[in-house]
Design a protein around this ligand. Sequence first.
Ligand SMILES: [Zn+2]
Length: 355
Amino acid sequence: MKKLITCLVACVLSGVAFAKTWTVDDDGKADFDNIQAAVNADEPRGSIREIMPCDLGPITENRGVTWGTLWPAGTVYYDFDASISQLNRDRTRAAMDVLETATEMGTVFIPRTNEPDYIHIIEGGGNWSSVGMQGGSQNLSMYNWSYQFIICHELIHALGRLHQQSRSDRDNYITVNWECIDSNYAYNYNICGQCPNYGEYDFESVMHYSQWGFNTGCPTMTCLPGYEEFQDVMGQRDYLSNGDIETLRSMYPIQSATGACCVGTAGGCIDNLSESGCLAGSGTWHGPDSVCADGDCELSNCDGDADDSGVVDVGDILVVIDQWGLADSPADVNNDGIVNVSDLLMVIDSWGTCL
Ligand SMILES: [Zn+2]
């Protein structure tokens, strides 16, 4: 009984804070029903308004709004606070996998052993993160663990991205309704004038706030004429937009085994490593097994290049023989699940340079 009373007191107290920022059940009243909906992170999503807005903190704090230092070689070390459940650790790892895949391993998340610079993942009462690498231990707090792309959102902050609505050109796309924003959190709507913008303004970005982030009962942002269709798109947390992916790939180009990689400049960029790819001058990403030349990328025809040397030669023959009979092997060049004579024939058939 004592426990229940304590909980009620805590919930009502926290409700005072929540009521200022959320209306989650559309009944026009900020009351206990809202709090119940808001604190239950596992409740099926009915509206973006059930989600705790990500709070980057005032610019004077360590959680600053400048485009932070990037992680060397895209390698981010992390650990979890001891209080974090295995389920939530697994959820976080799954979100990291999403980002690793999206960047073609341009960013890699590795559990920390004793590395000095790392993300310490906690339950700090909300969703927030430092922007970029701070040096030493830096906290990343999760609240909405069951939303994979909210975890991605915070991890992307840690990688060095701000909110989309902080872009210097945002006033060409949206009107910020300051009177509708809780003044305690208004800094989340500040522009970062010195921060670089990448690509076009992206309403669809997983880094864009919804129109309900820290609202006081009315929409915090309104799309300008011509962009009305994005009013309810802003704040989506269901996927990475193409702009999100291209921005991350621009920030963290793929590190290939030989040091060659495409970094988004037209021309002079050749990369035919199968685990890599190209970002052409147009910003268009081309995935594995592509070559980038003349300012654009094309698929390579290099099936037999089992050792990723860029040339199909005796080295590939040796790889095939070495991995004979194995499944899931680079020597399985025809992807039939086993390395055998058919792969050897394919190597011979592809003999020569990949270009
Ligand atoms: Zn955020």
